[in-house]
Design a binder for this molecule. Sequence first.
Ligand SMILES: *Cc1c(COP(=O)(O)O)cnc(C)c1O
Length: 289
Amino acid sequence: MFEEVYSPVQKINIHPFSNFFVKRDDLIDPYISGNKWRKLKYILQKAKAASKTHLVTFGGAYSNHLVATAAAAARSGFKATAFVRGEEVKNEMLLICSLYGMELIFTDRESYRNKAELYKSYFGLNSDTYFIDEGGASAEAVRGCSEIIYELKETYDHIFVAAGTGTTAAGLLKGIQEQGLNTKLHVIPVLKGGNFIADEIAVYTEISNHLCLHTDYHFGGYAKTSPELLAFIKKFTRDTGIQIDPVYTAKMFYAIFDLCKLNQIPSSNRILAVHTGGLLGLLGMKEKF
Ligand SMILES: *Cc1c(COP(=O)(O)O)cnc(C)c1O
């Protein structure tokens, strides 16, 4: 199912920018959306090559990674189990996971913290299972995400991406370095205290001066929003026809406009925003709008 994809680059005409483009990874698939497709591609290949039949992974109750893994598993003939952080809940995301046949094990926050231990206690003696870390963080995921850069037919002054674990950002940075591009990679952590993202990136590739980390666009922390961010989502969606999600992509797009307003990015520069998908995240926010 991981046949080659090629997501389009769309030019957006929006004030004050004159060369603003979006890499539409959100269009790759409705469920294995955006960067989750990129991240899972080589993970599943590796699991298949090792003759594993059962994927085991981890996430919160609104995790895009869980939905993506559930869908990818069902389509490629794997069984799937997820350890879900926190007490048992029902929501739209977990419903989709269940419909794809994913087994859900709700796990208290204390036990959830030690994923290797948790995996071992359930599946330690099982040779059919394949461990996929939370969010898919791995060298395979980094490789998959670096292909975003390889697909670009034109060059850009700035590439922007949102970061949760930083794996996608690491892949983009690696791609930029391997291709010898003169492009700045702007990373927007969506969690508070986002400086840890640099350490995560350093696990996979050298921190070069291509990298700019902007840690002030978390809006209070993971999945936190503000009236200003919600208003931005509505306006951006209305103005461009492109949906964005409150957890990841809205914070990145907001940062682009703000950095331009602060004169840190000239509005005439060639800017590429990587739309990492995640639109199902809107389902968890419906009462906020
Ligand atoms: C998971 C996710 C991210 C974060 O990716 P990392 O590789 O963990 O940094 C960004 N955007 C969307 C839409 C996501 O679902």
